[in-house]
Design a protein around this ligand. Structure first.
Ligand code: BEZ
Ligand code: FE
Length: 291
């Protein structure tokens, strides 16, 4: 049945799958659903040929925007809520483990390895509020997990990540720490400020087409890694930040919101942020922190 009409076109394309070469069950599953949804979308909005060409041109320009430092398709996925959806499908919550959320495009491999309690601040700003971050990484039974590697990174008080800002020292506000024998972690950094995701190219075009803004609430990124535990990629959010209930990439989870309090003098910072995380055991899991 190769002759198409408006009624049979979806079935004809699906029937072509695997006709001229081997495909796996998973490839068939993915392509069948993709074709059904894509055709359904075109019919839903009665897509016209000029609009199809505009879409193709948009994707072409998105591809041309990608380079070593910019992955435009992840950004487009974020703006459409796809990265956070895929993250929730990939890391379903089955018990008391902490929720994950999007990695985002600003992670850098091999951050400086720092001792517990050290500062990630390599440049100071007039508007900065320094903060002592600490807490426990526990397993499902509530026991502290020793030797968890944790990478942390955040934007500077000017709202820019170090790798996008030539005015900041390399690896400013990034570090790799390890929990102590009780599962306790601690480091010094700044209170994260809200910032706009890169919106100068096709990501911005899509946001404007959707009538949405580029802003993210203030957050600190984490990756926790230890053999035998499911890796956790997550963020914590400042309960007092703007954009908390209107994040441009939909990545805020209630359970990841915490409160910055005034710090006791002995801590030597302006603020104190305490937050515990729970890791899920997974016998097959190996560390994800990039070395
Ligand atoms: C971030 O949190 O760094 C981020 C996440 C998604 C898109 C852009 C930035
Ligand atoms: Fe971020």
């Amino acid at each position: 049945m190769g002759i198409v009409n408006l009624e049979n076109i979806t079935d004809v394309v699906i029937a072509s799958l695997g006709k001229s070469g081997d495909i796996t069950d998973r490839q068939r599953e993915i392509m069948t659903s993709l074709i059904k949804h894509l055709h359904g979308f075109c019919k839903d909005v009665n897509l016209q040929h000029g609009e199809f060409l505009e879409g193709c041109d948009f994707l072409k320009r998105a591809g041309q925007t990608c380079d070593e430092n910019r992955q435009e398709f992840i950004l487009l996925g974020d703006i459409l809520g796809v990265e956070v959806l895929v993250d929730m499908l990939s890391n379903p919550i089955e018990g008391t483990e902490s929720e994950s959320t999007v990695l985002g495009p600003f992670y850098r491999e091999n951050p400086p390895v720092l001792p517990k309690g050290a500062s990630t601040i390599l440049k100071h700003y007039d508007n900065e509020e320094t903060a002592y971050y600490e807490g426990y990484i526990r397993d499902a039974a509530g026991n502290g997990v020793a030797g968890v590697t944790m990478d942390v990174w955040e934007d500077a008080p000017n709202g820019i990540y170090e790798n996008l800002d030539p005015e900041q020292p390399e690896y400013n506000l990034r570090g790799r720490f390890e929990t102590d024998e009780n599962g306790h972690y601690a480091f010094v950094a700044v209170r994260p400020v809200p910032y706009p995701i890169p919106d100068n190219e096709t990501a911005g075009e899509l946001l404007r087409f959707m009538g949405h803004h580029p802003n993210r609430p203030g957050h600190m990124h984490f990756i926790f890694s230890k053999d035998g535990y499911r890796p956790l990629i997550s963020q914590i959010y400042d309960a007092e930040s703007d954009w908390l209930d209107n994040d441009s990439v939909f990545a805020v989870k209630d359970s990841l919101i915490g409160t910055f309090k005034s710090a006791a003098e002995a801590l030597g910072t302006d603020l104190h942020f305490e937050f515990d995380f729970v890791l899920k055991t997974d016998a097959n899991a190996t560390s994800v922190a990039a070395e």
